[in-house]
Design a protein around this ligand. Structure first.
Ligand code: SAH
Length: 245
């Protein structure tokens, strides 16, 4: 049996937002690997083994997937959204770089998914219609100083911004600091949208100005989108014009 590893994105939550290509790979898999809630989104069936792990062990999980594929298994590593956006695809390539030589000849594919930023933007209107920056606000894998610097520079440069992992219980003060920096760099009247659990039954979306925004409006299931200085409301929608003023 020839093994392979496919790193697949499951989209933001709803089943009909999983691509047919990803469903086909899962149908052929012998093993599913990933963070607990994502693995649970894959239906059980005879012949399929599911390996759930905590979200802090990405490299071990990636190495485990490669090892199983080298042993002949057909392995799908699942991420939410897109696997290349703050997710498992990079971890698999990092494990490959640090692993045994024979892993280099494995069949490895990355299958895209609808990332949270795009699912959220579509529900809001078109807030990312002009240039934008996608930033992970978690300081698990980078220093907080670097995040502050990028926020300030992106705001000053006039980018709209999409924030992943905006706020967690272990670092409640950082998002308050991020809002302060954004008010200074972008102006207090800039629109900011909070899109929680997009495409799931718990979905909740609201837009306010940076002056009105408070840290409690975001949690770890929220995508935060800050407009640029031209971003505005039309009816119930928020959009950023194609041209910059
Ligand atoms: N690879 C994923 C992102 C993983 S980081 C992707 O491409 O979407 C996890 C962060 O994504 C969460 O903290 C949250 O900010 C965002 N996120 C994931 N699913 C979401 C959803 N359904 N609604 C809103 N935000 C979501």
């Amino acid at each position: 049996m020839t093994g392979w590893v496919t790193i697949a994105g499951l989209g933001p939550g709803r089943d009909d937002l999983v691509t047919p290509e990803v469903n086909a790979a899962i149908a052929e898999a012998t093993d599913i690997v990933g963070y607990i809630p994502y693995v649970r989104r894959v239906a059980d069936r005879p012949g399929l083994t599911k390996h759930e792990s905590d979200n802090r062990v990405e490299l071990d999980r990636a190495a485990h997937a490669l090892e199983m594929a080298a042993g002949g298994k057909r392995v799908v590593v699942v991420s939410s959204g897109d696997p290349g956006v703050f997710a498992m695809a990079s971890a698999v390539f990092e494990a490959l770089e640090n692993g045994p030589e024979n892993w280099l000849s494995l069949d490895i594919r990355v299958l895209p998914g609808i990332t949270a930023m795009l699912a959220a933007a579509a529900r809001i209107g078109a807030p990312l219609g002009h240039d934008f920056a996608a930033i992970n606000l978690s300081d698990n894998l980078k220093p907080w100083d670097l995040i502050e610097n990028r926020l300030r520079l992106a705001g000053e440069a006039g980018f709209a911004m999409a924030f992943y992992n905006p706020r967690s219980k272990s670092r409640p003060h950082q998002f308050a600091r991020a809002l302060e920096i954004l008010r200074e760099a972008c102006g207090a009247e800039t629109l900011i949208s909070f899109a929680r659990a997009v495409s799931t039954p718990e979905e909740a979306i609201r837009t306010v100005t940076l002056a009105e925004a408070t840290p409690e409006m975001a949690d770890m299931r929220t995508m935060v989108i800050v407009g640029n200085r031209d971003t505005r409301r039309v009816g119930d929608y928020i959009y950023t014009p194609r041209s910059a003023s």
